[in-house]
Design a protein around this ligand. Structure first.
Ligand SMILES: *Cc1c(COP(=O)(O)O)cnc(C)c1O
Length: 217
């Protein structure tokens, strides 16, 4: 099936207020161009260098989201254009993003990644660490980052109940923090295999790759 048709199918089943991030990692420019021609303007990549290369080659009205684990020494390469960074999982990284945003005279939108899955391999902050960040004096001084919301990845499992439970716990945490911090508006959760569950649990932004572009190598 074509990329345009896949996009259309997904858009027809998600609520209008949910943002669809088309995850184009590993996919070539012609594939991304097909999605662009079909009207898609928000794309997600998980490697900074790959995103920079694609940014250079693609039309400039695209919003590029960095969804992968961040290498701090590479933040500077995307600071002039990245629209939203999903995977911020340490205060050190947030400080580096702030520093590079300042150099570019920008305010960069960030999501704090929360660990909701059981798997040890998945990154993310614990609730206590989130609160430490929000409550620290140092955080108040970061003028060039905006914490727009939270991001999480559920366990890779066919046990639907567990996925529901993990997304729902993130939604509860999101609502709690949103009451205290007015900048929070985005809850990024849901991928090809679980975006319908995520939306039912309150997701406002889904990151979908293979269901649009086909499976990756
Ligand atoms: C690759 C990736 C996705 C998309 O995964 P699919 O299963 O192909 O939809 C979403 N979020 C993150 C963080 C990813 O790395």
């Amino acid at each position: 099936m074509s990329i345009a048709i896949n996009l259309q199918k997904i858009k027809s089943v998600i609520p209008e207020q949910v943002t669809l991030v088309a995850v184009s990692k590993t996919k070539p420019i012609p594939d991304i161009m097909e999605a662009y021609t079909a009207g898609q303007r928000v794309f997600g990549e998980n490697k900074i260098q790959e995103m920079v290369d694609k940014y250079d080659q693609m039309p400039k009205d695209i919003q590029w989201h960095m969804i992968g684990h961040l290498q701090r020494n590479k933040v500077k390469y995307m600071a002039h254009f990245v629209d939203l960074i999903h995977g911020v999982d340490s205060f050190k990284t947030l400080k580096e993003i702030n520093k590079q945003a300042l150099k570019n005279n920008r305010i960069i939108n960030c999501l704090l990644q929360v660990k909701i899955a059981e798997e040890e391999t998945k990154f993310g902050l614990e609730e206590i660490e989130l609160e430490e960040i929000f409550n620290s004096n140092e955080f108040q001084e970061l003028q060039n980052v905006n914490i727009s919301g939270l991001m999480g990845m559920a366990s890779f499992t066919s046990a639907t109940e567990q996925v529901v439970q993990e997304f729902s716990s993130l939604k509860v945490l999101f609502e709690k923090l949103k009451n205290q911090h007015s900048t929070l508006s985005i809850l990024s959760m849901g991928m090809s295999g679980d975006y319908k569950i995520a939306i039912a649990q309150g997701s406002t932004m889904i990151r979908v790759g293979s269901a649009i572009f086909g499976s990756r190598q």
